[in-house]
Design a binder for this molecule. Structure first.
Ligand SMILES: [Co+2]
Length: 239
């Protein structure tokens, strides 16, 4: 099975972070010295990246080098705020600028880069447009490939085995669990991401949003709507 480091921002790689500080070698407060720490890290090097990251986090926490709550805050930032807000801006632009929408559907990498969103896990993007006829939803059945620059880090359910298997077998049932019930006439297409190709869904623009500017529109675009398990939010007041 192919594994990609899709759960933490780049600096979390043990190799780079486990550099011994000056005076290393003495027993530290946590009971491990840096030689032992490096060996411990090497011994888990063949394991899943999540296990390696967890081991690294515990080691750094024990040494007082990181605050686990601060780490959680960083993850939350990427998972829930910075990332999905980027994608929301892409969607709002596509809703308000037909020429941009056309560029986005034709060459997503270039159109997304126009807004300044580039980086790891964002190469070879494909944007899938939801319409009344076709509803797209994305998954990575093999692991957890996900377009970081526009959506941030994947939510835990996206990485879970039940989602990865069930969205393929029974997409309508899974969508219904997310509160998304589509007419029988709407075709549901499930797209399997991989290390060469990352998908993002362009959700349908909600009705009654004609008077909203791009910023107000972006606020209606949720992470889940860009994965395709939900639709964009309805505006609170009819425009
Ligand atoms: Co994957």
């Amino acid at each position: 099975m192919t594994r990609t480091p899709s759960q933490q921002p780049e600096p979390a790689e043990p190799e780079r972070t486990a550099t011994p500080p000056a005076g290393a070698g003495e027993a530290a407060a946590g009971g491990l010295d840096w030689t032992q720490s490096a060996q411990a890290l090497a011994s888990v090097a063949g394991l899943d990246i999540a296990v390696r990251v967890k081991a690294l986090e515990e080691l750094l926490t024990r040494k007082g080098l990181v605050d686990p709550q601060a780490l959680d805050a960083v993850v939350d930032l990427y998972e829930n705020r910075i990332g999905p807000r980027n994608g929301a801006r892409v969607v709002a632009r596509a809703w308000t600028d037909p020429a941009y929408r056309a560029r986005l559907l034709a060459d997503a990498d270039a159109a997304i880069a126009e807004l300044g969103f580039t980086g790891a896990q964002g190469e070879n993007m494909v944007v899938l447009e939801n319409t009344a006829e076709v509803h797209n939803v994305i998954v990575c059945t093999l692991c957890s490939c996900y377009p970081w620059p526009v959506l941030g880090l994947p939510p835990n359910w996206y990485k879970s085995m039940p989602y990865r298997s069930r969205i393929v077998r029974e997409p309508r049932a899974v969508l219904a669990e997310f509160g998304t019930v589509l007419p029988a006439s709407t075709e549901v297409r499930v797209w399997d991401s991989n290390s060469e190709l990352r998908y993002m869904v362009l959700p349908r623009r909600p009705a009654g949003t004609e008077g909203l500017d791009a910023e107000a529109l972006a606020a209606l675009v949720t992470r889940d709507s860009m994965i395709g398990v939900a639709e964009a939010r309805q505006p609170e007041r009819a425009a």
